[in-house]
Design a protein around this ligand. Structure first.
Ligand code: SAH
Length: 233
């Protein structure tokens, strides 16, 4: 009798636990670990960048099936042959742009919208251009859902920048052209910084600072970004 009761209890418990929600991956713990090991553990020291990377929930920007890998030290596919950049690279580029609170920033290559959100936590205004309408639409809806009112998502060709809102304090380019797009330099303020990967297979991340009579170029890091697409039209 006792044995029957015990078996029944175990059976009922199993049925009950099957009906419970499956355990969500521990995103908060993984995000903290990502910041400690991949960012602080390397050379990310800007407090504004670190707190933005802590505030924006990266798992909300990756496809549902990749959620378990959202905080890994690598880029992840977001569809249409594109990727969300590795967390360290997002933090590194943001830090290299030397941003201030009142800045207006242009991003080229919206992708998932993650880099735009990281910027929007730090600066006043963010304009982000995406050439693939489907990605732009998804990112726009996601950023709206997350209540970002200081980000404008634009469908267009990043080679042309967005002259309507220029000049910018900083421009961050997250796809690689083979040469520096001169139109983007034109849209920088004097003293403005552009962080951009240049090259085809071998790429170099550059910081270009606009000066009174031209621009200054600094080589920062070897990188690997998706190629910047030439205008589809
Ligand atoms: N910053 C993104 C990742 C960028 S992946 C994020 O945080 O998720 C590079 C993106 O640049 C892709 O979405 C790609 O479609 C876009 N892209 C490529 N060429 C472009 C161009 N000429 N103009 C605008 N966007 C472009």
């Amino acid at each position: 009798m006792l044995l029957k009761f015990a078996t029944l209890s175990i059976l009922l418990f199993c049925l009950w636990s099957c009906g419970q929600k499956p355990l969500e991956p521990d995103d908060d713990r993984l995000q903290k670990k990502m910041i400690d090991e991949q960012l602080k553990g390397r050379d990310i020291t800007d407090e504004k960048v670190l707190s933005s990377m802590a505030k924006v929930k990266r798992h909300l920007f990756v496809p549902a099936e990749s959620r378990a890998w959202a905080h890994e030290d690598r880029p992840l596919p977001i569809g249409y042959g594109q990727t969300i950049s590795q967390p360290y690279i997002v933090a590194y580029m943001t830090q290299a742009a030397q941003l201030k609170e009142g800045d207006k920033v242009l991003e080229v290559g919206t992708g998932s919208g993650y880099q735009a959100a990281i910027l929007a936590e730090i600066v006043k205004e963010v304009y982000t251009i995406e050439i693939l309408p489907e990605l732009a639409q998804t990112a726009k809806a996601r950023l709206k859902q997350l209540s970002y009112s200081n980000i404008q998502v634009i469908v267009g060709d990043g080679y042309k920048g967005w002259p309507q809102a220029a000049p910018y304090d900083a421009i961050i380019v997250t796809a690689a052209p083979t040469q520096i797009p001169q139109e983007l330099i034109r849209q920088l303020k004097e003293g403005g910084r552009m962080i951009i990967p240049i090259g085809s297979f071998e790429q170099e991340l550059l910081r270009i600072t606009k000066t009174k009579d031209g621009f200054k170029e600094e080589r920062l890091l070897s990188v690997h970004f998706v190629p910047m697409i030439k205008d589809l039209k």
